[in-house]
Every structure is written in C-alpha cells, then in structure tokens.
Ligand binder design. Structure first.
Ligand code: SF4
Length: 226
C-alpha cells in the first residue's frame, strides 16, 4: 500500500492550522487556485525501494501545487538532477504528476503531508502525521536506508522509532549532515541538510555534497544482503 493508497490520507484534515494555510494560500503569478493540489501530498516511487527519502513537508508552490513531493519548486529542481545522476530517478526534471518520472530503488515522501505556514509544522502536526509515515514505512518490504532531509524530518523519524520502542532516548542521535546511525531493529538512518532553496543559495548544501551522500546511501543499501 503506497502513497495515495493509504486509507484516509487524501481526505485527512486532522491539522486544522494546515488546512487553513492551504485554503488561504494565494496562487503564484500565472496560476489559479484550481491549479493547486491543496490537500495531503502522498509519497511516490518504487514499491520495492531499499531507500526511503523523507523531506519535511510540501512546498507552497511546489508539491502543494503539483501533488507530488519535491515537484515544481527549487528544492526539487536541485534534487532531481542529482537523483538522476546517481541512478535513482529516470529523469532530471520534475514538472508535475504524470511527467514520466520513475524512481528506481527509491521512495520519496515528507514527514508532514500538508503545507505548513512558514515551512514549520508544530509538534502536534508532526505527531499526527507520523501514523502515515509509519504506514509508508511498513509498505516497503525491502527497505534498508532512510535518508532524512533536515532536522524536522530527522527528529520526527526518531520519535517514530521511540514510539515503536526501537530507540529509548532520541537525544542520543544528534542531527548532522552525513550522520549515519543504525539503532537495532531499524533501517540505517542517514541525515542530510534539507535541499531547500535557502540552503542551496547560502551554500549550506551543494550538489557535490548531496551527490556524495547519495553514493554513500547506495553503498549502504547494497551492503550485506543488499
Ligand atoms: S499533515 Fe498529515 S495528519 Fe495533518 S492534515 Fe495533513 S495528512 Fe492529516
């Protein structure tokens, strides 16, 4: 069961603040409100993926408009060419659902499926949406590596592991670009700075850094019994 097949996801309105944010968002120049997806954005990708990439939440005029994670905004414009170069994506450009993009050995989603104001989900919103993250995880039978973009996705994933009794103290796993952890009973966790336009423009993350990390993720996925 993947992405849009998760029962209740596409109609979920549990986070009233996020529902309001989507309802009040003005469309960007040249677009109408009716051009916008404006509902929970499901994950997508290879159902037999060994790698699960988790971002924070849909971008206002990217995934929230197109209905597919990292599609149609700066974060995706940075990331998909690198995923393509690393062999995880069939093409380097992502425009919209149905643009021919296929992911290989990779599944992509967000920790929070709806647009948050100022890109900042609150603690309750992360917690509410973890049930969907857990369902996506459970739906990937070959999963070996989870690549977590940014502190928010990283922390929420660790809280999921704590809720499952897999880790005791989340604070034992500090976030840092390139940090790798494998708590017993968990897939390998790899942390990365988020590929947001802000991080790219400020040089916090570069194409070389992200490509190197994707190479490391590939090696981890292909390691023992890969
Ligand atoms: S963020 Fe998740 S839990 Fe909250 S309304 Fe959207 S789909 Fe539902």
């Amino acid at each position: 069961m993947l992405g849009g097949d998760i029962p209740g996801l596409l109609d979920c309105r549990r986070c009233t603040r996020l529902v309001r944010c989507m309802e009040e968002l003005p469309p960007k120049k040249g677009y109408e409100r009716s051009d916008y997806w404006n509902r929970p954005v499901p994950g997508f990708g290879d159902p037999l993926a060994r790698v699960f990439l988790v971002g924070l939440a849909p971008g206002a005029h990217g995934a929230n408009r197109t209905g597919r994670p990292f599609t149609g905004d700066g974060a995706g414009d940075f990331m998909y060419p690198l995923l393509h170069e690393a062999g995880f994506a069939s093409q380097g450009e992502a425009f919209r659902r149905g643009d021919g993009m296929a992911l290989h050995d990779l599944y992509i989603s967000n920790a929070v499926k709806c647009l948050p104001p100022q890109n900042k989900p609150n603690t309750d919103e992360f917690a509410y949406c973890r049930s969907y993250l857990a369902e996506e995880l459970a739906s990937l039978p070959r999963l070996k590596v989870v690549l977590l973009l940014g502190q928010g996705a990283f922390s929420s994933f660790l809280k999921h592991l704590a809720e499952e009794g897999i880790v005791d103290r989340v604070s034992r796993y500090p976030f840092g670009h390139g940090a790798v952890y494998q708590p017993e009973g968990s897939p390998v966790l790899v942390a990365s700075y988020h590929t947001s336009r802000y991080n790219v423009l400020t040089g916090r993350i570069t194409g070389d850094m992200f490509l190197r990390l994707l190479g490391q993720v590939r090696e981890l996925a292909e390691g023992e019994n890969g």
